[in-house]
Design a binder for this molecule. Sequence first.
Ligand SMILES: [Ca+2]
Ligand SMILES: [Ca+2]
Ligand SMILES: [Ca+2]
Length: 345
Amino acid sequence: MKTFTYYLLTLAVLAFVAITGASAQSLNSPYINKVYEYVPAPGQFINTMPEWEEGDDAGAMAQKCLELIADEGMICLGGFGGYVTFGFDHPVVNVAGEYDLYIMGNAFVGTGLTDAGSSEPGIVMVSRDDNGNGLPDDEWYELSGSADVDSIGKVVYNYAITYNFAGDRKPIAWTDNQGGKGVMTRNAYHDQEYFPSWLTANGSLTFTGTLLPKNMYKENGNFVMKFLRYGYVDNQPNLIDGKKNEACCFNLDWAVDNNRQPVKLSQVDFVRVYCAMNQINVLLGETSTEFAGAEDLHPSAVPTAVVDINATGTCENGIYYDLTGRRTDVNAKGVIISNGKLIVK
Ligand SMILES: [Ca+2]
Ligand SMILES: [Ca+2]
Ligand SMILES: [Ca+2]
């Protein structure tokens, strides 16, 4: 009898999964639906893209980012380190042999050029909600880009920079962990405060990450920035002949850990983009990544990686879902799903 009951339960579960699986496929949106954090570094477009208004806190600014992007606008991340963290209405699955994410900026090709123009590279990081709390407070992995192989010895890993707020519209001095220092210069075109006004309470902002080598040079009397081959946001034009530029596409297979060792990720819950250059030009101001939205390239995919579930019903990647697709944990009763496998408890 017990076996028969279990058999019926299994049949019911399989039917349920078949139904919810089918509806989930049509419901997943390819576009971002959450901005968790917007922490830009200082810059000439900060407090204007999006606009900060008296009383706006971090949550209000994150919401403004989401609204701006949904309206086909873009946000500015400021100088080195400034970042945005966003997500979708489902985990982004790493489909084998394919790009998984498409991320847009506002890079363009310079007149008469093919491999340079405006290129303000941002690095992509990804994370899983390993602790299941719905917040991006878990381990982050960087997606390694072409500079890691094209500019060996010139990329600075574990770079850190601190920007100091000295009062409204005062020069913003910075120091880094390489012995460098400078000032985020103000210019005549942008009169507002350059330090994010909702983040002045601590008096400074510190960012860490991978610093890419400078890419600016002079061409026929104009400053241009050389494109990197692949793996960066706001580095090359979003489209080529109306089609998604591969240089704006990202593969979760590129994920590396803090020691630059490859990590296998079957899916991720959070994505972050940060400005990866510290380059300031008298005429153009600071190099600053723009973010204009992202797309999951296969929103209906289900994880294909097989992770063995051991005798106690736990799964090595520690990620569990209930039958409605919501995150749960290993202690949940009933039927839970992990990496495509059912656990009945
Ligand atoms: Ca992939
Ligand atoms: Ca840009
Ligand atoms: Ca979390």
